[in-house]
Structure formats: structure tokens, C-alpha cells
Design a binder for this molecule. Structure first.
Ligand SMILES: [Ca+2]
Ligand SMILES: [Ca+2]
Length: 289
């Protein structure tokens, strides 16, 4: 499994002019009943265009994005309706970016590329609306005056751009990262993430499952064009995190550290698209919903 992932990583690095390294697989995923089938989702769009101004909040806090209940269906026209989620339910600021080796790919400039909702491509291709952290790179983001608070279940979601190799949900093209949270930007609480170096990698680098509490290995279903809520962990895809797992109740900052241990560059690959690719971070339980 890991070997297949590595082979595709090398192959698509050769042909894809993007950090997303989009899969050429055309096989649709098998609907498992628990996830929407987003294989027919549209390509990357302007993520920022669907976010209302921060002052235009919904009193109810209910996302305007439709929740399709996990049914497997193509995106509806209604799904393209403007969202009224506050801008600060997502990243509004890059506090710091410390690129690792072979970092730098950006579908758009920072910070815009990590602001707003995810631009998921479903199971068969990864978003290019990302910044590549590089091997061992670190990024710290915040949410305006908003904060993540501990509510029932997951409290925020990190969106990378993994995909299923040839439609196989057990063979994920994953580039894991360690996620931490902080309320002051100084003291951090860490979700443990220590993937093993991939023993089947021809370069001796790369990360192998299990990925545990790492981010970067659950495909992203939500896209501004498909009506899937980016703040509902049951349908959004991405890697969801629960503050309660760390005994934390309030966090203003999220930090992600690449844990791919990728060679720089991967054989035949671009010199700027290594490591964890950050698309977006969404607050599920917000202090200011
Ligand atoms: Ca929680
Ligand atoms: Ca990636």
C-alpha cells in the first residue's frame, strides 16, 4: 500500500504542475454510505467568493451550506449559493510560516491560499488551493477575533489534499502533519503524530500509515461549489480534531508541522511541493459562531 502511494507520488510529481499532484485515476470511489460521493465535484474555485464579510453573521450560527446528509449525489445547483459563514470560521491570518526544504508551492499567495473554506476535490484528486510546507516546514494560523472552543465531538477540521490511489480508500496518498493548538501563541498542546518512515520508499523517505492523530490523510469532500458544509465533520472530509482530547477548552491558534520526511526534491519532482499541503482550517465549535 505504501509502496503504491510512493510510486504514484513520484509519477505524478513528474506530470503534475502542482503541489496537489492530482491523481490520474478515473475510478469512482465506492460509496461507503458514511460519506458523500464527491467524485463529481467541480475543480478548484474561488474559495473567497463564497464567504460573507465578518460582520454579516447568521444569528443562528447555522451554516448556509447544505448538508446533504451523506447521500451520494452530484452537487446541486443550490450548492453554489453564497455561504453566510463568518470569514473567521476559517483562517484569517498566517501568524508565521517557516518553510522546510522544497516548500513554496502556492495555488494563490499567502495568506489567501489558506483562508476561507476548503476547495476539496473528493477522493480522486487533491486541491491545488494549497501551500506546501516543505519537508519539516511549519505554519501557524489564527482566526481573527474568533477562537475554537470545546463542544461535543470534533471542534475544528484541518484540510490537506490527500486522495485515494486508483479509487482505493485503503491506499491514501497522504502527506501527514502534526497539529497543535494554543490560546496565546506561545504555549502549545500537541495532537501526537509520528508516522513511520515509509520502508518501501525508493528514496528512503516518506511517511507510512498508521497516521493516527496526524492531519493530512482524510480526503476533502467540501468545496465551495458542491454545497457540502465545510464545518460539519460528518460530511466535510478533512482531519477533525477534538480539543477535549488534549484537555483544552479554548484555542486561538493552530500550528501544523510537516511530518512527511520527504526527500528534497522527490525523484523527478518539483523543488517546491514537498510536505504537507495546507488548504484550509475550519472551526466547528466557534466562540463566535
Ligand atoms: Ca470537542
Ligand atoms: Ca498533499
Amino acid at each position: 500500500m505504501a509502496g503504491a502511494v510512493r510510486r504514484l507520488a513520484l509519477g505524478c510529481s513528474l506530470i503534475a504542475a502542482s503541489a496537489a499532484c492530482g491523481s490520474s485515476a478515473t475510478t469512482s470511489p465506492t460509496a461507503d454510505g458514511s460519506r458523500p460521493d464527491a467524485a463529481t465535484a467541480s475543480g478548484p474555485g474561488d474559495a473567497g467568493s463564497t464567504i460573507a464579510e465578518a460582520g454579516d453573521r447568521q444569528d443562528s450560527g447555522t451554516p448556509a451550506f447544505e448538508d446533504d446528509g451523506g447521500e451520494a449525489e452530484a452537487p446541486s445547483a443550490d450548492g453554489a449559493s453564497p455561504a453566510s459563514l463568518a470569514a473567521d470560521r476559517f483562517v484569517t491570518n498566517v501568524v508565521s510560516f517557516t518553510p522546510g526544504e522544497c516548500a513554496g508551492f502556492m495555488g494563490r499567495p499567502l495568506p489567501q491560499v489558506v483562508e476561507g473554506p476548503p476547495v476539496g476535490g473528493g477522493s480522486d484528486h487533491g486541491s491545488i488551493d494549497v501551500v506546501s510546507l516543505g519537508s519539516g516546514g511549519t505554519i501557524v494560523v489564527s482566526f481573527g477575533d474568533n477562537a475554537i472552543v470545546d463542544g461535543p465531538g470534533p471542534d475544528f477540521i484541518v484540510f490537506e489534499n490527500p486522495f485515494w490511489v486508483a479509487g482505493d480508500s485503503t491506499d491514501v496518498f497522504a502527506e501527514p502533519g502534526e497539529v497543535s493548538v494554543s490560546d496565546d501563541g506561545v504555549t502549545w498542546q500537541v495532537f501526537p503524530c509520528s508516522p513511520a518512515p515509509d520502508p518501501q520508499s525508493s528514496t528512503g523517505t516518506g511517511a507510512a500509515p498508521p497516521y493516527g492523530a496526524c492531519a493530512g490523510w482524510h480526503v476533502v469532500w467540501s468545496n465551495p461549489t458542491n454545497g457540502i458544509s465545510p464545518v460539519d465533520p460528518a460530511v466535510a472530509g478533512g482531519d477533525a480534531f477534538d480539543l477535549a482530547d488534549l484537555g483544552v477548552t479554548h484555542a486561538r491558534y493552530v500550528r501544523i508541522v510537516d511530518e512527511t520526511h520527504e526527500a528534497c526534491p522527490e525523484a523527478g519532482g518539483r523543488p517546491d511541493n514537498d510536505g504537507f499541503d495546507l488548504d484550509a482550517v475550519a472551526i466547528v465549535h466557534a466562540e463566535r459562531p
